[in-house]
Design a protein around this ligand. Structure first.
Ligand SMILES: [Zn+2]
Length: 311
């Protein structure tokens, strides 16, 4: 993802977002929510990092993807892959990128529309902000930037497979989110950009993106674009966090971030990103599991799972 201080043309692209006919809380506050296991989610970060850098098109990426496919398959989700090619603008090389979609059926089989959760499983090929200038061409481990979001989805998968929520839920593990050289937005969010070409807007009520939430010093502010263009879901997430007493969620806008949620918004799918962008190890070789904590994963997992079970 990329931080921005100015709003993009997105404002005009998504001038008209449909209003969701959803409600939160009220009679659904009594719906039981299974316990989210932060320790187990943390293990999933370590497992992903153990494959080495998950740079699109590499063998490590393939091995990690196969592991994720097997994982969701073992939970009883129906798992699909969506492949696409990307031409690297610097080298001209054609790179095969693959999104993974795990679909869970809800108890309400009458409702054809579903909810989308997204995280990126690729890790960045370069550490351009490393304090050591000799390491800025090195790859990053992507423990927080990448693996943490996927880890939360994996643990949510455990919960959902044991105890079905009402709603049908799709989880997409996106490739190529963090590929581009700094400032080259056309080479970021590649998995999400491919996905929106596949007529997904009518399939989902909204898309919730989870990224960089493993930081042991977790403070999740509202993200500016989410807050402005998808206020209903954003309000809802922060309301659940407040109700649960999850103080890592700060109820004010903290930053404007280019991430996969903006791609979903361009097809008029409401989307919010849950992200803690104040992470000193961002795009450095120090983005390793020891900077993350089970407690942070649990905070986010509790909020998102409660949110999901009330849908
Ligand atoms: Zn990144």
């Amino acid at each position: 993802m990329i931080r921005t201080k100015t709003f993009s043309r997105l404002a005009t692209v998504i001038a008209t977002l449909s209003v969701l006919g959803l409600s939160c809380g009220g009679d659904k506050r009594d719906v039981p929510v299974p316990a989210f296991n932060g320790e187990r989610a943390f293990d999933y970060i370590e497992k992903q990092v153990s494959f080495g850098p998950r740079i699109p098109g590499t063998e490590n990426s393939q091995k990690c993807r196969e592991y994720l496919i097997d994982f969701f398959d073992s939970l009883g989700a129906s798992v699909d892959t969506m492949a696409f090619m990307h031409t690297d603008k610097t080298t001209g090389k054609e790179i095969l990128m693959i999104n993974v979609l795990a679909s869970f059926e809800g108890t309400d089989t009458e409702d054809p529309k579903r909810y989308l959760l997204a995280a990126h499983y690729d890790s960045r090929p370069r550490a351009e902000y490393d304090p050591d200038s000799t390491k800025r061409q090195d790859w990053i481990a992507g423990a927080n930037d990448g693996a943490s979001g996927v880890a939360v989805l994996m643990e949510l998968g455990n919960l959902i497979s044991q105890h079905k929520p009402r709603a049908g839920i799709d989880m997409v593990l996106l490739d190529g989110e963090d590929y581009g050289p700094p400032g080259r937005l056309d080479e970021y969010f590649l998995g999400a950009k491919d996905m929106i070409k596949r007529n997904i807007a009518d399939k989902y009520y909204f898309a919730l993106v989870i990224d960089m939430i493993g930081d042991s010093d977790l403070r999740v502010f509202r993200e500016e674009f989410s807050n402005r263009y998808s206020p209903q879901i954003t309000d809802w997430v922060w309301a659940v966090a407040a109700e649960l007493g999850e103080t890592a969620f700060v109820d004010s806008v903290g930053y404007a971030i280019h991430d996969d949620h903006l791609s979903f918004m361009t097809v008029k799918l409401q989307s919010t990103v849950i992200i803690d962008f104040n992470y000193p190890y961002w795009h450095t070789t120090h983005d390793t599991p020891d900077k993350c904590s089970p407690q942070s994963l649990k905070s986010v997992g509790r909020v998102v799972s409660t949110f999901l079970y009330r849908l």
